[in-house]
Design a protein around this ligand. Structure first.
Ligand code: ZN
Ligand code: ZN
Length: 266
C-alpha cells in the first residue's frame, strides 16, 4: 500500500504530530511507501487570501523540513520507503515564481503533487476549500456555480500544460476539490464533462492522479477526490491513481481508503 499525500508538523494549519508518529502509523497500517507532501511555501509575491494566512509552509523552515524527512527516510529505510515531497500550489499567473522555486528545491524532492486551491475571481483571490462561507463568496463573485466550476477545471487544465521546469510535480492533487461543499452547493450538471475533459488533458500531459480519501470525511462532501465514476474513467484511460490520505494528523493515515475502489489503485 502506497500513500502519496501526507502532511507533517511543518504544516501551519495542521497538527504537531511528529514525522515518526506518521511513519509508525503507516508501518502499522501495512504501507510499503509513503510521501510527505507538505504545503510548499507560497510564491513570495502572492498574498495568501485566507484570514489565518497559513496555507503554505514557512519558507524559513523549508530546509529543516527537507532535512528532517530525509533523516526519517534513512532511519526507517528497512521497514518502509519514505519519500521527500511537497504539495505545490498551481496559482494562475505565478508560473515563473513557482518554476524558480522548483528549480531551487526540486532536486531534493523524490515525489510531489501539484494542486489548485486558489482561484482569481474579479479582483480577489479565493481559497476554495477554506470554508463554506468563502466558497459561497466565490460563487457570488463568479456569477454562478457553473462559472466557478469552469474556472476551477480550466485552471487544472492550465496546471497540466504550465511550464514549471524539469522538477514540475507529475501528480495532480485532489482533482475534484471544488466539490468539497457539494452538499451545500449543488454541482452544475456539466461538472462531469469538465472533469472528463480534464482527464484527457492529464493523460495527454502524462500526469498521474492523487486518489484522495480526505473528502470522504468532510461533512459537506462525503466522497473521494475524485469520486468513483471519475476515478474509474481515469483508470480506463490509463492514468495511474495513487492513493493519498491527505493526513494532517497521524491517525488520519489510511483515511477514506475503505471507500475507494481498490482495483484501480496503483
Ligand atoms: Zn493542508
Ligand atoms: Zn491540498
Amino acid at each position: 500500500m502506497i500513500d502519496g499525500h501526507i502532511h507533517s508538523p511543518y504544516c501551519p494549519h495542521g497538527t504537531s504530530d511528529t514525522l515518526e508518529s506518521y511513519v509508525e502509523q503507516a508501518i502499522k497500517s501495512g504501507y510499503t511507501s509513503m510521501t510527505f507532501t507538505e504545503h510548499a511555501p507560497l510564491p513570495p509575491s502572492f498574498n495568501d487570501p485566507v484570514p489565518t494566512r497559513d496555507s503554505g509552509m514557512n519558507p524559513r523552515l523549508l530546509e529543516a523540513y527537507i532535512n528532517d524527512v530525509s533523516k526519517v527516510k534513512k532511519i526507517y529505510e528497512s521497514d518502509i520507503e519514505v519519500k521527500v515531497g511537497l504539495e505545490v500550489d498551481y496559482i494562475s499567473g505565478f508560473d515563473e515564481e513557482t518554476k524558480h522555486f522548483l528549480n531551487q528545491y526540486g532536486r531534493f524532492l523524490d515525489d510531489s503533487i501539484l494542486s489548485v486551491h486558489f482561484l482569481p475571481i474579479k479582483n480577489n483571490w479565493y481559497c476554495i476549500d477554506y470554508s463554506s462561507s468563502v466558497y459561497k463568496e466565490a460563487i457570488a463573485a463568479s456569477g454562478n456555480i457553473n462559472n466557478l466550476y469552469q474556472l476551477y477545471f480550466d485552471t487544472l487544465v492550465q496546471s497540466v500544460s504550465a511550464d514549471l521546469g524539469v522538477y514540475k510535480p507529475d501528480r495532480i492533487g485532489h482533482m475534484t476539490l471544488i466539490k468539497k461543499f457539494q452538499q451545500l452547493y449543488e454541482p452544475p450538471a456539466e461538472w462531469e464533462q469538465m472533469a472528463t475533459f480534464f482527464l484527457d488533458c492529464a493523460k495527454e500531459g502524462s500526469m498521474t492522479l492523487d486518489y484522495n480519501g480526505a473528502g470522504i470525511n468532510k461533512e459537506h462532501c462525503k466522497e473521494a477526490y475524485p469520486p468513483t465514476n471519475i476515478a474509474r474513467k481515469a483508470s480506463a484511460k490509463g492514468i495511474p491513481l495513487i492513493y493519498g490520505s491527505d493526513a494532517h494528523n497521524s491517525f488520519a493515515i489510511t483515511q477514506g481508503y475503505h471507500a475507494l475502489d481498490p482495483s484501480i489503485i496503483r
